[in-house]
Ligand binder design. Sequence first.
Ligand SMILES: [Zn+2]
Ligand SMILES: [Zn+2]
Length: 327
Amino acid sequence: ERVFSPMAKSAILERIAKGEQSILLLNRRGFSTSLICPDCGYVPKCPNCDVSLTYHRVGDELRCHWCDYKTPAPDVCPNCGSENFKYRGKGTQKIEIQLYDFVEPERVLRIDSDAIERKGSLNRILEKFASKRGSVLVGTQMVAKGHDYPNVTLVVVIDADVGMAMPDFRAGEKTFQLLSQVAGRAGRGERHGRVIIQTRHPDKPAVQFAVKNAYKEFFAHSIARRRELDYPPFSRLIRIVAKSQNSQLAENTLRKILRELLKEKLSGIFPLSPTEPPIAKLKGEYRWHLLIKAKDIRNILPFLRRVARAKFKNVKVRIDIDPYDMM
Ligand SMILES: [Zn+2]
Ligand SMILES: [Zn+2]
């Protein structure tokens, strides 16, 4: 699998020759179980939620982390028939190996998870880059935010499809936001800047509208889709998360809450099934979540207040209304 298109490669080399700088953006916020066909870019989605399914090696199945939909993972890509469907290489490593094929390693600055965790390390790298040491900066989202590098005249988004495959109904919107942000990174100085977006879906609205800098049009597109699927703001989304050392206990707590909710027969309140969120274990605790769509949130507020006040043994329960983070 080729990481850099010939266009991106020659653009990077051109910048180095002119003494200008490039940013290579990885858009992979550490989510590894999204499945993307390496050949055609197809991403399997839940038929109920329009959210990407994630791949689980155990059971060889695809799962929706919103409504608990499950289906056996196909062996070949349903879209193009590729047999590479389920096999993915090591992202970051592959990028480096291919980059060092045409750029000397000492020209490359890299922001990895190490650099982020070590105190002060991230800033040191960014300062180094700002003072023009290093021709190429490789990193995630955070290089897209805020910093001003007048000598940067090229931004390459290495794989825009990764973001669009996130298990979140706002995956397209988050991708649009990222692409719009990076578009502002190149050419802050007097020189003209260029952005190269590598994608297998140049026709996707998130890409098309970002390229045209068409915020209003993208908004119109997104809001229509949300209306169709009854997502916020046309309903409110409630997420109840249960955390426990014991996964079964977290699950049972949500099932009990769901049973109580159904007994109330509230109008315009549509709960999905409890399921594990994309990140099923965090800091030693197992997590389950229950999503509820509410046409009129007032109908469910008294119930939510009771849940918030209830004591659950060895389980922590948290309620989020219209959560931004669905992981
Ligand atoms: Zn395919
Ligand atoms: Zn679903």
